[in-house]
Design a protein around this ligand. Structure first.
Ligand code: COA
Length: 170
């Protein structure tokens, strides 16, 4: 496998926006209401929003990471610190056709290294309750379910719940 994970640059903005939007819609179309999906894609993955967040703003945000193979961007991830020893994986998305090749693990490892380097001893992630693929991926990489919270951008009447998962960093 020749895929490499690297920090994103401005020229990656359109690829990140496209992959995150496509992967988000694909991953959740059977799980979440369409209105919520489109609201989230607009809020998080419009190119203008991605452009503002390409650069790191540590320790809260380490900047987008991308995974590139043969000159093509195939996925994006990002995280930061949410406390002195707690890190957060904020997003991880791959082109749907690229799943199951270990590329998600490479991106997860890269964000994990950033969290460790910033003094993190635990790593957290939010995943939608009922997202069997996402939960399966995180469980396979040592995350345990801890708590449930109202999902980001969820309104009182749509009851979208996220599962908070955590793993200790050795
Ligand atoms: C989640 C995602 C980033 C994983 O990336 P990936 O490259 O497909 O995953 P990998 O090939 O690195 O798999 C890593 C491990 O997770 C496991 N895994 C992946 N999907 C799984 C599933 N649906 N159920 C159970 N285990 C799963 C794999 O078996 C593998 O474990 P193993 O090596 O011990 O067998 C990718 O599938 C994706 O973009 N999904 C859509 C968006 C999403 O769900 N994001 C995360 C939720 S916020």
């Amino acid at each position: 496998m020749t895929a490499v994970v690297r920090p994103a640059i401005e020229a990656d903005v359109s690829s990140i926006a496209r992959i995150c939007s496509t992967s988000y819609r694909d991953a959740y179309r059977d799980l979440l209401p369409e209105g919520y999906i489109e609201r989230s894609v607009v809020a998080f993955y419009e190119p203008e929003r991605v452009a503002k967040e390409v650069s790191p703003a540590p320790p809260d945000w380490f900047g987008y990471q991308v995974i590139e193979e043969d000159g093509r961007i195939l996925g994006a991830a990002g995280g930061g610190m949410s406390g002195p020893t707690a890190g957060e994986l904020s997003l991880i998305y791959l082109e749907p056709a690229q799943r199951g090749r270990g590329l998600g693990t490479l991106m997860l490892d890269s964000v994990t290294d950033q969290i460790r380097a910033a003094g993190g001893t635990e790593m957290w992630v939010s995943v939608f309750l009922g997202d069997r693929n996402g939960i399966g991926f995180y469980r396979a990489r040592g995350f345990q379910p801890m708590d449930t919270v109202r999902a980001a951008l969820s309104r009182v009447d749509d009851h979208i719940v996220s599962l908070r998962m955590c793993r200790q960093l050795g």
